[in-house]
Design a protein around this ligand. Structure first.
Ligand code: GLU
Length: 446
C-alpha cells in the first residue's frame, strides 16, 4: 500500500515543490524486468532533478496500454504448429498517435517492449515529433525462419493487433530483426482488412508503396550527425578519428559506412557472430562484400584479426558506437572501455551503473534517445509525405534530417551545460519536460 502521507502530499501537489515524490513502485508489476527497471530508474533520477510534478511522474512510469497476444504459427512442413507470444505497448497517447518499431527476437518480453516504448516517448518529444511512444515485439528468432514463415508470422501478428494500430492511432516501423519486407506485409494485411490501401499504417516501407527515401539509412545518419556535432564542440574531427562499431544491422552498417566515407578510420566492426579488428582501418566495401558472401559472418575475414563482441567494446579508439542490442556496457566492463566518446546507436546499451562510471571517467556519452532518433524522425517524414501524397527527394530528406538532428543535439547540449548534467540527463529532461507540458495543458479526464 502506498504511504498515506505520500498520497496526501500528492493530492495537494504543487508542481514546483521539490519535496514531493510519487510513492515507490510496488514491484512486481506485470512488465517488471531489468530493462523496464532501467527505464524507470532513468525516469526517477531525472524527475527528481527536474522537480517533476509527482502526479505526472507516477503516470509516466506505466504504459497506457499494453497488449499481450499469442497465436498459432504454421511451419513450412505444414504439420508443426507453434504458439508464438507477441506484444504491442503504447506508453503515452497524449501527443498524437503512438509510434515505434516492432522487434523480432527470441528474448522479447513485455518488460523490454514497455521500456522501449518509454524511450520512444522521450525520443519523439526531444525531436518535437507529434507522437507518443510505442513498441512491439514478437518472441521468435527471425534468423531461423524461411521467408514464407516470416510472412505468416507477420500477417498473423498484424491481425492480432489490428484494433490498436492505424495511421492516426499507432504506427509500427522496423526495429531489431524486422525490415522493409516485414513492413510491406504489415501494410498489406492491414489494408486487406479495412478494404483499401493504407500506406500510413506503418513507416519504413519499401519506396514502391509510399516509403521515404533515406529511411533505411536514417538512424545511422543521425548517429553520425551527433558524432559530427559532438566533435565540432570539442575541437576534434571525425576525419581524424578512429571508430569502433558494434553491430552491423541497418544502424551499425550505415554508421560505419558514413564514418568511413567522411574519412574516419573504422578500426573494428562486428555482426552477431563476432567482429574483426584492424588498427590501420578497415575497407568497408571489403567488409560489406565479405558479409554478403558469408551469411553475415565475419569469421575468416582476411584483412583483420577476429575479436568477440565483448572484446571489441574494449578496443582503444576515439569513438565507440554500440549499435547492436541492449545491456552491453555494464558495471563489469565500463572501467575497461578505452574510447573518448560513445554514441549509442542501439536502444538501452548502457546500464545506470555503467553510465556513472563512464561519467566519472570523463567519457562523453551521447545517449540513445538522442543519438538514434534519426530513424523515427524520417519515419515522421514518411508519414507526413504519405498524408500529403507529396514525396521528397533523398537530398531533401537527408538535409531536413540533419537540420533536426543538429538542432536537437545543440539544444540538449546547451541544457546539459546550463544544468551541469550529463547529455543523457539533459536529453531525458527535455523529453520528459515536453511530455509534462502536454499533459498539463490537456488536463485529466474526466
Ligand atoms: N525502431 C526505431 C527506434 O527505435 C524507429 C522507430 C520508428 O521509426 O517509428 O527508434
Amino acid at each position: 500500500m502506498r504511504d498515506s502521507r505520500d498520497t496526501e502530499k500528492k493530492k495537494n501537489a504543487d508542481a514546483e515543490d521539490p519535496e514531493l515524490h510519487p510513492a515507490p513502485i510496488e514491484f512486481p508489476l506485470e512488465w517488471d524486468t531489468p530493462m523496464y527497471r532501467l527505464a524507470v530508474d532513468q525516469l526517477d533520477q531525472t524527475a527528481e532533478q527536474m522537480n517533476l510534478d509527482p502526479n505526472i511522474w507516477e503516470r509516466l512510469r506505466a504504459p497506457q496500454r499494453a497488449h499481450v497476444v499469442s497465436f498459432p504459427f504454421r511451419r513450412d512442413d505444414y504439420h508443426t504448429v507453434e504458439t508464438v507470444y507477441a506484444y504491442r505497448v503504447q506508453h503515452m497517447l497524449t501527443m498524437g498517435p503512438t509510434k515505434g518499431g516492432v522487434r523480432y527476437d527470441e528474448g522479447v518480453n513485455l518488460g523490454e517492449v514497455t521500456a522501449l516504448s518509454m524511450w520512444m516517448s522521450w525520443k519523439c518529444a526531444i525531436m518535437n515529433l507529434p507522437f507518443g511512444g510505442a513498441k512491439g515485439g514478437v518472441r521468435i528468432n527471425p534468423h531461423t525462419l524461411s521467408s514464407d514463415e516470416l510472412q505468416r508470422v507477420t500477417r498473423r501478428y498484424t491481425s492480432e493487433i489490428i484494433e490498436v494500430i492505424g495511421p492516426d492511432r499507432d504506427i509500427p516501423a522496423p526495429d531489431l530483426g524486422t525490415d522493409e519486407r516485414v513492413m510491406a506485409w504489415m501494410m498489406d494485411t492491414y489494408s486487406q482488412q479495412v478494404g483499401h490501401a493504407v500506406p500510413g499504417v506503418v513507416t519504413g516501407k519499401p519506396i514502391e508503396i509510399g516509403g521515404s527515401h533515406g529511411r533505411r539509412e536514417a538512424t545511422g545518419r543521425g548517429v553520425i550527425s551527433c558524432v559530427t556535432e559532438a566533435c565540432r564542440d570539442r575541437d576534434c574531427s571525425l576525419a581524424n578519428s578512429s571508430v569502433v562499431v558494434q553491430g552491423y544491422g541497418a544502424v551499425g552498417a550505415t554508421a560505419a559506412r558514413l564514418a568511413w566515407t567522411l574519412g574516419a578510420k573504422v578500426i573494428a566492426v562486428s555482426s552477431v557472430t563476432g567482429g574483426t579488428y584492424n588498427p590501420n582501418g578497415l575497407d568497408i566495401d571489403a567488409v560489406d562484400a565479405w558479409l554478403q558472401e558469408n551469411d553475415d559472418d565475419l569469421t575468416g575475414f582476411p584483412d583483420g584479426d577476429s575479436v568477440s563482441n565483448q572484446e571489441l567494446l574494449e578496443l582503444p579508439c576515439d569513438i565507440l558506437i554500440p549499435a547492436a542490442i541492449q545491456n552491453q556496457i555494464t558495471e563489469e566492463n565500463a572501467a575497461a572501455l578505452r574510447c573518448k566518446m560513445m554514441v549509442e546507436g542501439a536502444n538501452g546499451p548502457t546500464t545506470l551503473e555503467a553510465d556513472a562510471i563512464l561519467n566519472d571517467r570523463d567519457i562523453l556519452v551521447v545517449p540513445d534517445i538522442l543519438a538514434n532518433a534519426g530513424g523515427v524522425t524520417v519515419s515522421y517524414f514518411e508519414w507526413v509525405q504519405g498524408l500529403q501524397q507529396f514525396f521528397w527527394s533523398e537530398e531533401e530528406v537527408n538535409r531536413k534530417l540533419i537540420d533536426l538532428m543538429q538542432s536537437a543535439y545543440h539544444s540538449v547540449d546547451q541544457l546539459a551545460k546550463e544544468k551541469k548534467v550529463t547529455l543523457r540527463t539533459a536529453a531525458l529532461m527535455r523529453g520528459i519536460g515536453r511530455v509534462k507540458e502536454a499533459k498539463h495543458v490537456r488536463g485529466v479526464f474526466p
